[in-house]
Design a protein around this ligand. Structure first.
Ligand code: NAP
Length: 282
């Protein structure tokens, strides 16, 4: 029997999307312009196609217009950069999302940097990362931002806590660690070269699993009473944490699905309306 309390990302995300939809309607009524998110997809990777479609559907339910730009798999870095610069300069577009991955032959960093920081609602540019890390006003990386909202909703006090982030990707591991640090947690990053991962995880008051390896984190390595955030999403709806065994020791735990995933999209929509409000003057 599970002892941990579930952190219900689906319910929290629903409340955030409802509030975002009210703000979008108010902004549209006042300015005559609906918030607009441009989604850019390179190629037709089935998972990416599904993610982009989900984001567009959610936009629709929140009163956000979505403009979809589909580019062929063979699009060059130069062509992708040109498309993103054009969206960055288009006053009808308030937010831009470039779906990752863009293909091995493309310089993804150069593409991200072609997104104007004021439209970087997915929080992927260097400017957004730096601003977020220094606690300035800007857009956070969506999954990390969603994780912090979830921790706040369950009143997890992070100050002085030992937080272990497993994974150091640019979109997830690194930024979530910076957000935890900004809340005065003592943060340790683990990655593929970390020695004796289990012993590091055992020290954690808060564990964030952001790896992409099914059930890598076992319950026996969870400190009793720890808060466990599973950002992993592997085929078959399996997370990076072995949920059944971890739930016996954790105090709070996110389910997969229904934990971190819905919070990512909610954060994207909320930041799109924030961007539109700033650009439309509201
Ligand atoms: P990624 O870019 O592949 O990064 C994976 C990270 O895990 C890397 O830093 C890697 O270390 C580390 N790693 C790999 N194997 C390890 C091991 N055995 N022990 C310790 N660390 C290990 O992945 P990502 O994009 O961050 O995504 C991670 C997971 O989150 C995936 O399951 C993905 O589907 C999920 N995700 C979910 C959402 C959501 O909205 N729910 C959003 C984004 C991603 P190195 O740096 O040394 O290679």
């Amino acid at each position: 029997m599970s002892q941990a309390r579930l952190m219900d990302g689906t319910a929290l995300a629903r409340r955030i999307v409802e509030r975002t939809a009210r703000r979008a309607a108010e902004l549209t009524g006042r300015t005559g312009t609906a918030p607009c998110l441009a989604t850019v997809l390179v190629g037709a990777d089935p998972a990416s196609v599904t993610y982009v479609r989900m984001k567009q559907n959610r936009c629709r339910t929140a009163g956000i217009v979505s403009r979809h730009v589909e580019l062929p798999a063979e699009t060059s870095t130069g062509e992708l950069v040109a498309a993103l610069r054009s969206l960055s300069q288009d006053p009808a577009v308030h937010g831009i999302l470039l779906q990752h991955p863009v293909g091995e032959h493309v310089d993804e960093r150069a593409a991200f940097e072609a997104i104007a920081p004021e439209k970087d609602v997915d929080g992927v540019t260097f400017a957004s990362f730096a601003t977020m890390s220094f606690g300035g006003p800007g857009f956070v990386s969506c999954t990390p931002g969603g994780i912090l909202r979830l921790l706040d909703a369950y009143d997890v006090d992070l100050a002085g806590k030992r937080a272990v982030v497993v994974g150091r990707s640019a979109i997830l591991g690194k930024p979530v660690g910076m957000l935890l640090l900004a809340r005065d947690a003592t943060v340790t990053y683990c990655h593929s070269r970390t020695r004796d991962l289990a012993s590091v995880v055992r020290e954690a008051d808060v564990v964030v699993a952001a790896v992409g390896r099914p059930r890598l984190i076992k319950g026996e390595d969870v400190k009793p009473g720890a808060v466990v955030i599973d950002a992993g999403y592997n085929p078959g709806n399996v997370g990076d944490v072995d949920f059944d065994s971890a739930a016996l020791r954790a105090s709070l735990i996110t389910p997969v699905p229904g934990g971190v995933g819905p919070m990512t999209i909610a954060t994207l929509l909320e930041q799109t309306v924030d961007a539109a409000a700033r650009q439309l003057g509201g």
